[in-house]
Design a protein around this ligand. Structure first.
Ligand SMILES: Nc1nc2c(c(=O)[nH]1)N[C@H]1C(S)=C(S)[C@@H](COP(=O)(O)O)O[C@H]1N2
Ligand SMILES: [Mo]
Length: 255
């Protein structure tokens, strides 16, 4: 599965280099369309991003049937945030957990878990691909992120959606970010259930992101706060996510 994934990525990037060469030399500035003023996208990453966007911002990640669910879906990265505050929330069954949505929105809001669960539900069976070389098919249930964001009325200058998480590695908090196209994609959900059960702590309780057209590290677990921003430069070390900051992973991790 992993090799298939890499081949697909390589093909995409190769196709971009061949087919997009003219566009690149012809309209060189990345900011030509006014969409990319930041420097977080390295050239190769920008190609993969553009190709995905050219192929179609609405294309769907493949969905599977119940019979294809992986018998085991391993956990990865942090599996229990070490903060006292998080562990207290967990002991209370997340009854007192609140998701804060702020930043470049007209109407900052806080949501309890039951409020998110009362919103229209979406379930999807998808394959999770971790960059470390494993994949698993799981069923995710939650609310579409776009529906939640709509209620906060993002400002016109909002370009990124940043997920601040409860866990950390050393002194660095885990966080991730996506653009508004992925944020409003129909398969992008804040998931509170997995394989028909309450989302386990190891998999990111009370909610974790599913952003199905990108690799595993983009799927932020233990989300505490969602911030809309115009630029990623002032957040964390400025590259858009924990792994991007610490290890040079691509910000756009299209599969
Ligand atoms: N908050 C947080 N989110 C995270 C991670 C993490 O360590 N902390 N690990 C990422 C990685 S690398 C992967 S592959 C997936 C793993 O999700 P899982 O534990 O449900 O398998 O979560 C991603 N999201
Ligand atoms: Mo991963």
């Amino acid at each position: 599965m992993m090799s298939g994934m890499i081949t697909r990525r390589a093909l995409l990037t190769g196709g971009a280099a061949a087919g997009g060469g003219l566009a690149l030399s012809g309209c060189a500035p990345i900011t030509a369309d006014g969409n990319f003023g930041d420097t977080i996208l390295e050239t190769g990453n920008w190609l993969s991003y553009r190709v995905h966007r050219l192929i179609g911002s609405n294309s769907l990640a493949r969905e599977y049937s119940d019979s294809e669910l992986s018998p085991v879906f391993r956990t990865n990265g942090n599996t229990l945030p070490d903060s006292v505050g998080y562990q207290k929330l967990a002991q209370e069954g997340f009854a007192n957990w609140k998701l804060r949505i702020d930043g470049l929105v007209e109407q900052p809001k806080s949501y309890g878990l039951s409020e998110l669960q009362a919103m229209p539900t979406r379930s999807q069976i998808t394959r999770h691909d971790c960059v470390e070389g494993w994949s698993a098919i799981g069923k995710w249930t939650g609310v579409q992120l776009g529906r939640v964001l709509d209620e906060t009325r993002p400002r016109p200058n909002a370009r990124y959606v940043v997920f601040h998480c409860a866990d950390r590695f050393g002194a660095m908090n885990y966080y991730e970010s996506i653009d508004l196209i992925d944020a409003y994609h129909q398969q992008t959900i804040l998931a509170y259930a997995m394989n028909g059960d309450v989302l386990p702590i190891g998999h990111g309780a009370p909610i974790r992101l599913r952003v199905e057209r990108q690799l595993g590290y983009k799927h932020a677990k233990y989300i505490m706060r969602i911030e809309l921003a115009e630029s990623l430069l002032g957040i964390g070390a400025g590259k858009g996510g924990y792994w991007e900051d610490s290890s040079g992973y691509d910000w756009y991790a299209g599969i």
